[in-house]
Design a protein around this ligand. Sequence first.
Ligand code: DAH
Length: 341
Amino acid sequence: MLERLDRIEKEATRELEVARDDEALQAWKVKHLGRSAELGTIFDGLRELDKDERRAVGKRVNEVKTSLEAAYQARLERLRQEGLDRSLREERLDVSLPGRPLPRGRLHPANQMLRQILTVWSEMGFQIYRSREVETDDYNFGLLNMPPHHPARDMWDTFFTTDPGVVLRTHTSPGQIHVMRERAPETIRVVLPGMCYRYEQITSRAEIQFNQVEGLAVGRTITLSDLKGTLNAFARRIFGEQVRTRFRADHFPFTEPSGEMDIECFLCGGEGCSVCKGTGWLEILGCGMVHPTVLTNGGYDPNEFNGFAFGLGPERVAMLKHRIEDIRYFWTNDMRFLEQF
Ligand code: DAH
């Protein structure tokens, strides 16, 4: 019996050494320590032995069992450790490898310019007011002193929707009426940024969509000098302290008088170059004193109130500042262009 136990121990130990994975280890455990293991049958047979033999064999059975259990635990540990070592070795990260750079997002150049312009205006005391992109014909034209069939409407090639009388705004000026109707009879200092749409032939200088920033000031004692002073201050902040400006007469139905502001070409310093087309000046915005009819339509008595307004194109400003020669770059999503800003 004792020899049998020695043999069991020796065989089991040898088998254990060749168990290489969890599965083999599990099978070994069932075979040698499980309920129907040979060791168990010896244990069950103990009671048939005589007293001395029973004691000796019983002791030995327990020894073998304990030693096999310990060997099993040791083997288990060993395999675990080996597995861990292997995965550490095989999956090792080389922390000194250079990382993969994450592509960094940025603001679109049109939005960068728009934000810069709005920051300047808000620092100068103008509130930002957002107005709708889909307008009625009346807001886009009529209330701005262009009744139906007024020839000045031809200045804005318009996208009409299938709803009669509903258009995509061709400029941000209809926002003037919305603000006035909301605020009358309070004084107003606002800028109205946003997308405008025109049914244009797309060229390097004209797009069917673009941003504008409209400005409106309404009060009791506003003069043309206020308009010029304010716009000059704005130009200095955007183009630099040294910039020179000039105002030219123009015509818009919603302002009287109306004008255009030019800045001295900052590329050639007024000498004349390809960007300013030899004139030395760059056209920046349209402006004027709010027409009495427009004030009335906004709910203000033109005998008591007056105001100034202006409209500028941030993409145009960005084109001049960055020497972008084609406005189509703005909406074609070419990363080579966008990544420069
Ligand atoms: N709405 C004009 C345009 O799109 C720009 C403009 C001119 C706006 C004069 C004004 C203004 O407020 O006073 O061409």
